[in-house]
Design a protein around this ligand. Structure first.
Ligand SMILES: Cc1cc2nc3c(=O)[nH]c(=O)nc-3n(C[C@H](O)[C@H](O)[C@H](O)COP(=O)(O)O)c2cc1C
Length: 317
């Protein structure tokens, strides 16, 4: 008897002869394009051909449940947005009992973003996640409440401690996602590498204080937020370039990417992969466009990998 509906044909990432895959500690991703944490969820994933992209990244999970910041939480500026969502979280147990199943149903590996307010909290979150997920992205753009309140990722010693602690409780791929405001991105990336990270992601949003045009009142309930989108691309490009020269680890670039050309900018300065954030809100198919755009650029140049494509493009010395 014939089945009522045929099994779906599994996606073959090299069927067209172009191999865009990247590896992070043995985790094979079908493309160098990922969603940025907090700018993607299973609702969007269900609309997209996720195997073409290759991986899902969750919103940051904190140890304690938290409600997030007061409204307004997002304001648009001419070339980007400033958000102060404040990362609502149901905690590791709430995440595992709730949204995690919807991520797993997307048929791609899930990288779980984890947050904390001290190195010990990150370790505890990773421990409580109890092996769930294909890997972890450590969002170190959180204030260190055990110290002076500076972002953990801007202090190489605290960053090293945080990554080492998480490394000690998991063998899964670990990505350290670094803040923008650091004295030396090379030093921070090196600290993450020495502590056992498998990749660094650069970067999180740029701290900002938006005012409502005309009224001079704060546009966000929390006053300050994070600037993201097209404006930050040249800022993050510089950081990615500096970090990629300093470390052996793959660098995942994140900042203002909406097209394959934007992704190529980052790949040409040393990134191995990219994340798409703000663009997903206005163009839900942005990540798919970036992947397909990279494939068609390879086809047009008659090459099978991004590395060969970049050899033909102008790159920085
Ligand atoms: C609404 C919103 C929520 C975000 N939430 C998180 C989050 O939970 N964890 C995190 O590491 N980054 C978060 N980010 C930062 C993004 O992951 C990304 O680093 C940033 O948006 C820069 O990329 P883009 O310019 O492509 O948006 C958020 C960004 C936005 C706009």
């Amino acid at each position: 008897m014939r089945p009522l509906s045929p099994d779906p044909v599994p996606f073959d990432p090299v069927a067209d002869g172009v191999d865009l895959s990247v590896h992070i500690r043995g985790l094979k991703l079908n493309s160098p394009v990922m969603p940025a944490s907090g700018c993607f969820g299973p609702e969007l994933g269900r609309m997209l051909p996720m195997p073409e992209i290759g991986v899902a990244v969750t919103k940051t999970v904190f140890l304690q449940p938290r409600a997030g910041n007061p409204a307004h939480r997002l304001t648009e500026i001419p070339a980007g947005v400033v958000n102060s969502v404040g990362i609502p979280s149901r905690g590791p147990r709430g995440f595992l009992a709730g949204q995690f199943a919807a991520y797993q149903a997307l048929s791609v590996p899930t990288i779980i973003s984890i947050g904390g307010h001290s190195p010990a909290e990150y370790e505890e979150v990773a421990t409580r996640l109890d092996g769930a997920g294909a890997g972890y992205e450590i969002n170190v753009s959180c204030p260190n409440l055990d110290a002076d309140g500076r972002d953990i990722g801007s202090d190489p010693a605290a960053l090293h401690d945080t990554v080492s602690r998480v490394r000690a409780v998991t063998d899964k791929p670990l990505i350290a996602k670094l803040p923008v405001m650091v004295a030396s991105i090379a030093e921070c990336a090196l600290a993450a590498q020495e502590a056992g990270a498998d990749a660094v992601c650069i970067a999180n949003s740029v701290p900002a204080l938006p005012l409502e045009p005309g009224s001079l009142k704060p546009a966000l309930g929390n006053y300050v937020g994070g600037l993201t989108g097209p404006h930050i691309r040249p800022i993050v490009l510089r950081l990615v370039w500096l970090a990629a020269k300093a470390v052996e680890l793959p660098v995942i670039a994140c900042g203002g990417i909406a097209t394959a050309d934007h992704a190529l900018e980052y790949l040409s300065v040393g990134a191995s992969a990219v994340q798409v954030g703000t663009a997903n809100f206005s163009r839900p198919f942005a990540m798919v466009d970036v992947v397909r755009g990279l494939r068609s650029r390879c086809h047009a140049a008659g090459v099978t990998t991004i590395t060969s494509l970049l050899r033909r493009e102008t790159t920085l010395a």
